[in-house]
Design a protein around this ligand. Sequence first.
Ligand SMILES: Cc1cc2nc3c(=O)[nH]c(=O)nc-3n(C[C@H](O)[C@H](O)[C@H](O)COP(=O)(O)OP(=O)(O)OC[C@H]3O[C@@H](n4cnc5c(N)ncnc54)[C@H](O)[C@@H]3O)c2cc1C
Length: 473
Amino acid sequence: MPLSNAFAEKLTAIVGSGGVLTDAADRAPYEAEERGLMDSNCDAVVRPGDTETLAEIVKLCAAGKVPMVAMGGNTGLVGGGVADGGVIISTERLNKIIKVDALNHTMTVEAGCILADIQDAAEAKDCLFPLSLGAEGSCRIGGNLSTNAGGVGVLRYGNTRDLVLGLEVVLADGRVWSGLGGLRKDNTGYDLKHLFIGAEGTLGIITKAVLKLYPLPRAKVTVMAGLSDLNNILALFDRVRAACGDRLTAFEMIAEIGLDLVVRHIPDSTDPFAERHPWYVLLELTSPRSGDNLRGDIEAALGDALEAGEIADAVFAESEAQTAALWKLREEIPAAQSREGGSIKHDVSVPVSSACALVARATAAVEAEMPGIRVCAFGHMGDGNIHFNLTQPEGMDKQAFIGRWGDFNTIVHDIVIAMGGSISAEHGIGLVKRDELGHYASAIELEMMRVIKRAFDPDNIMNPGKIFEFEAP
Ligand SMILES: Cc1cc2nc3c(=O)[nH]c(=O)nc-3n(C[C@H](O)[C@H](O)[C@H](O)COP(=O)(O)OP(=O)(O)OC[C@H]3O[C@@H](n4cnc5c(N)ncnc54)[C@H](O)[C@@H]3O)c2cc1C
């Protein structure tokens, strides 16, 4: 049911006329869904500039049982920001870095800060905020928190959940919970912040966060290795970790087709190797000590790997530009894939020790189902998270391929579950995987989630329909 004029006027009275968007053209960017797979429409977009204003909006919506969808950068990949009427509450004006406490190694920020701005603000104080992912120039920290984003530094620093010491949250009835202590030790009952991290906006709206900072790396080495055998990827991982310890910050795997598609479709990208290899690993080592002999240690480890036949070749980045060029080959794979035609995506994880076996098993299964399908597997091998993406067979109709999305999800997810893995490693559930979660999660898991939802949002107005089906009593 569209919002009444009276309701829209009340919203405007709270946020001001510039803070409420009701025209279709103004709403359109907020209703766009990253993958273009789902329709989204809201009656209004509201853009509060502080927690108090956001809380007033939530109170008004709660009184009228108007559904609310929180929105950060709208870069989520599972339809978590899709609205079905009601209001979208954008955090884009909640974009202040409130405080950097270099001694406590913390930073307090508003939820709408862009991730790259947070990284820059930390660096300006000689510190590192280590969350790093392809969308960092536009995603916002509230969205990162609400999806418990992963990215390329999880191996060394953990997920977003591991990088947070406190939150401020507007609850579904408009009350504000302030848990911004910034304590590294606090065992006073349930750790409430973790309920909101990864909740995809279904329990409340995050408005501020205290983030953990780390020493700024003073030394860095980025290397790409070419391998002939999938199974050697984990042998290499084991070898490099033994040699370099937790200075190994990123360990990303790329199938040959991934590199091939990037080089073909993405301008200014080049294959750094003299010849092609079936598999590649992009690895990065960092250290807070400028004198750390990262280069010597990794050269020795890779020399041993070459001798043992684990790798066929390796290319070192010799400048920041070359580092960026190597990372571009990894980060641009999804964009290159979409230029090649239809792609069906899986963001899955298994124990690291099973990651190669998963790729082999799932590849055999999807190739048996559709000869000619092109498996473009890549991702965070060092933490067991594979983006097991499928590119359509050459010449096949794109829509006919996309129409098989559900079938391939079942094939891949059945294997993942059988191997003790997860059907969503880092992107969340949203709408896209809601039914899958309903199928694979145990009854007791779903019941516990519904109990929590009922306690925090009994009227089902906070991002309704996401993660699992829930009906207000
Ligand atoms: C090119 C690209 C690369 C990516 N790479 C990675 C990657 O490596 N690792 C990874 O984990 N993810 C990755 N992602 C997806 C990732 O989840 C998002 O980029 C990011 O974490 C979401 O932030 P956002 O601000 O865009 O959130 P949005 O898309 O705006 O929102 C995501 C969800 O969080 C909710 N939400 C947003 N803000 C709040 C808030 N303040 N309070 C409560 N709920 C809120 C929304 O309702 C929605 O359910 C990538 C996406 C792209 C486009």
